[in-house]
Design a binder for this molecule. Sequence first.
Ligand code: BTN
Length: 247
Amino acid sequence: MIRVQEPTTIRFGSPHRHFETTDSTNERAKFLAETGAPGGLVVTAGSQVAGRGRRGRSWFAGPGSSLLYSALLRPLGDRPLLPLLVPLAVCDAAEELGDRTCKIKWPNDVWVDERKLAGVLIEGRPDADPADSWAVIGIGLNLDLSDVGIPDDLEGRVAWLGRDVDHDLALERLNRALESWLAASDSKILEEFRRRDLLVGRDLEWDGGSGTARGIDDLGHLLVETGDETIALGAGEVSLGANLRGG
Ligand code: BTN
């Protein structure tokens, strides 16, 4: 069922804590959330020594090269499409900052020109009492990687916005875009995600099977045609292979 999201009044960026170097902005934001920080808190860093990605991976970002961002959404409320709306916000912010067209590799990687521009890691306490629940929205957005040594395994697989991207402006754009998408209806989120879907029509492999991507259902699951049936995959259940084949 498609719900109509109540308008939200959340504003991101107040308070704002910036660290020159930290372990992980998500870790800092979670710690602050656990010690009573208000919704709207944003934590940023110039560099992370233990930046984390999805599925236990690490997140590479050379010092000063990226917007390393974690925002506290509190209370979380009932937001099953949060993992889809966050990359939509990143796309809007990135397209305002540079002349790029962003696509989303389900569930929430942002890609330009077949390379990854940004990643999203959402963590929190979704199972607690809804009134007391929260989520940390972690985003790593590559601004300018041209002067940092890119690890061999990422060479040719990462994108960045360009040379003259202002970090403060990027932060501002991301805060505003997130606020805007958090106020959007489910139908708008689904429509825009489908417009930006990188995988649709492509052949995929994941831990447990292979098939052809057929878009997303109204709950945000990935639909995959596997021979004689179409199955719905949840983001927590599968890890897609890095290779993208087909058109
Ligand atoms: C992924 O694509 O695997 C998700 C990457 C998320 C990286 C960001 S950088 C800011 C925040 N702090 C972290 O430790 N991780 C997220």
